[in-house]
Design a protein around this ligand. Structure first.
Ligand code: FES
Length: 122
């Protein structure tokens, strides 16, 4: 079962920036890309690096982890680097690349809501 939870005001997430929020004991990043809002885990799936201290490439919708510079698509969670530099014939290298957890977002008036699943446990 899932529910949408209010996490912030639209006005709190400035254009082309991110905002860290704590909700249900979980740290998330809200990202504003051209007034489209996205919600992702604040921890990098590689080694739990702090993505809120990473770099947001707002034009590309990419966040880069400050620890080992892995890059993820904010909109889909897909790993972009180092996946894009692995040779095509060494597919086993990709086995350890996990996508960044992302969440569905809804905007109602000035409120940003994020969908949580009751069975999700971290
Ligand atoms: S912890 Fe993020 S790239 Fe390694």
């Amino acid at each position: 079962m899932s529910e949408f939870v209010k996490v912030a005001k639209v006005s709190e997430v400035l254009p082309d920036s991110l905002l860290a929020v704590e909700i249900n004991g979980q740290r998330l990043l809200l990202v504003n890309l051209g007034q489209e809002f996205y919600a992702i885990d604040a921890r990098c799936p590689h080694r739990n690096g702090p993505l809120e201290k990473g770099h947001l490439y707002e034009n590309e919708g990419i966040i880069e982890c400050p620890w080992h510079y892995y890059r993820y698509d904010v909109r889909t969670g897909k790993n972009l680097y180092p996946r894009n530099v692995y040779p095509a014939d060494l597919t086993y290298l990709e086995r350890d690349l996990k996508p960044l957890q992302h969440y569905r977002v809804r905007v109602e008036g000035d409120e940003i809501l994020v969908e949580f699943h009751g069975d999700r446990k971290e």
